[in-house]
Design a protein around this ligand. Structure first.
Ligand code: ZN
Length: 332
C-alpha cells in the first residue's frame, strides 16, 4: 500500500480533460471531466497557459468537493496528448492542442510547488491498465488504442519504454502498406490510416457505394455520413456478409500489425482500447486468428489479446500512480 497520501491524476486529451483526486489506496475521491479548453486555438504560449489554467481550476475543484486541502496533496501526475520531452517536462508538440515546446512540468510546479510528473497520454494509460486494469501481473505489455487514430504504449521489464528521445511506441505510424492510403503524418499506408475509425468508415462507405441497399446503411439510419464501426457491427450481428467482410478486412490488418509487435516485443499481453475494442469481439477475433497463425512460436502461443478495462480512467489512474511511484523513489 502507498503511504504518501493524496495524489491527483490529470489526463489532457485533444477533446476532453479529466482530473481526479485519489486517496492513499488509489480510490477515486472525486473526478471531473471537461472539454479541453480550445477557445482561440493558437499555437502560442497563451493557448497553452489557458489549458494549464483550466487544469489548475479543475484540481482546485476536485480538492474542494472532497474536502481535502491542496497542502495535503503529495503530487500531481499528468498525461498529455502529444510528444513529450520526458527529461525536461516539456510538451514539444501536440497535433490537437496548442502546446509547442511548452514547459508544462515547470509551469505546474511554479503554481503548486509539489512534485509533478508528465508523460504522454498513451504511456500513462498503458501504465494505468498495468496497475489497475487488464495488465495486472504482466511485465511485458503492448498497449494499443484504436479510435479516431491509433496510439501506443510499451512496457518492457515493468518499465515504460520511451526510446532515445521519448518518442517510442508510435504504433499507429508503423507502415503496413507503402501503397496504402495517406496518413495524417504525411506517409502512406500507416497502421492508423488503414485501421482507425475513419478508415473503417471509408471502407464501409465504399461497400455502400456498390450496393446502395446494404444493411450497413440501414443501421446508420440511412445516413451515409453516420456510417461507422457501430453500423458495421450492428449489420454483422444480423449476419450481413458485407459488414462481416469489412470487419474481417479491418481485423486482419490489425492482426498483421499485432503479428509484428508480437514478433518484436514478445509481450505477455496486448491491451486494446478505444472505439474498436468497444465494438464487440468480432474485429479482435479476426486479428487474433492472424496473430496465432502468423507470429513466430512461442510468442504467438503465449500472448493474450485483451480489451482495456479502465476506459477513460486509465490515463489519470496511470498518471496518479506514476507520480506516486516517483515520490516513493525520493523517499527511498
Ligand atoms: Zn502515419
Amino acid at each position: 500500500m502507498s503511504d504518501n497520501g493524496f495524489v491527483v491524476g490529470v489526463d489532457i486529451g485533444g477533446t476532453k480533460t479529466t482530473v481526479a483526486l485519489l486517496d492513499e489506496r488509489d480510490g477515486i475521491l472525486c473526478e471531473r471531466v471537461e472539454p479541453t479548453s480550445r477557445a482561440d486555438f493558437d499555437e502560442s504560449q497563451q493557448g497553452s497557459q489557458r489549458i494549464l489554467n483550466q487544469v489548475i481550476s479543475l484540481i482546485n475543484k476536485v480538492c474542494d468537493v472532497s474536502g481535502i486541502a491542496l497542502s495535503d496533496v503529495s503530487g500531481i501526475g499528468n498525461g498529455v496528448a502529444g510528444t513529450i520531452d520526458f527529461k525536461s517536462g516539456t510538451v514539444i508538440f501536440s497535433p490537437n492542442l496548442p502546446f509547442r515546446n511548452f514547459g508544462f512540468k515547470d509551469a505546474m510546479y511554479q503554481h503548486f510547488k509539489i512534485p509533478i510528473f508528465l508523460d504522454n497520454d498513451a504511456n500513462v494509460a498503458v501504465w494505468g491498465e498495468k496497475c489497475f486494469g487488464a495488465g495486472r501481473n504482466a511485465s511485458e505489455i503492448v498497449g494499443v488504442t484504436i479510435g479516431t487514430g491509433i496510439g501506443g504504449g510499451l512496457i518492457i521489464n515493468d518499465k515504460i519504454y520511451r526510446g532515445a528521445v521519448g518518442c517510442a511506441a508510435e504504433i499507429g505510424h508503423m507502415i503496413i502498406d507503402r501503397n496504402g492510403p495517406r496518413c495524417g503524418c504525411g506517409n502512406y499506408g500507416c497502421f492508423e490510416a488503414m485501421a482507425a475509425g475513419s478508415a473503417i468508415a471509408k471502407k464501409a462507405r465504399a461497400v455502400i457505394a456498390k450496393k446502395p441497399d446494404a444493411l450497413i446503411l440501414k443501421m446508420a439510419g440511412g445516413n451515409i455520413d453516420k456510417v461507422n464501426g457501430e453500423s458495421l457491427v450492428l449489420a454483422a450481428a444480423e449476419g450481413d456478409e458485407l459488414a462481416l467482410g469489412v470487419l474481417r478486412e479491418i481485423g486482419e490488418i490489425i492482426g498483421v500489425a499485432f503479428t509484428s509487435l508480437v514478433n518484436i516485443f514478445n509481450p505477455e499481453v496486448i491491451i486494446v482500447g478505444g472505439g474498436v475494442a468497444e465494438t464487440g469481439d468480432l474485429i479482435l477475433n479476426f486479428a487474433e486468428d492472424i496473430v496465432r497463425n502468423y507470429a513466430i512460436k512461442p510468442n504467438s502461443e503465449i500472448v493474450k489479446i485483451v480489451k482495456a478495462e479502465l476506459g477513460n480512467k486509465a490515463g489519470f489512474m496511470g498518471a496518479a500512480s506514476l507520480i506516486r511511484k516517483e515520490i516513493e523513489s525520493y523517499n527511498d
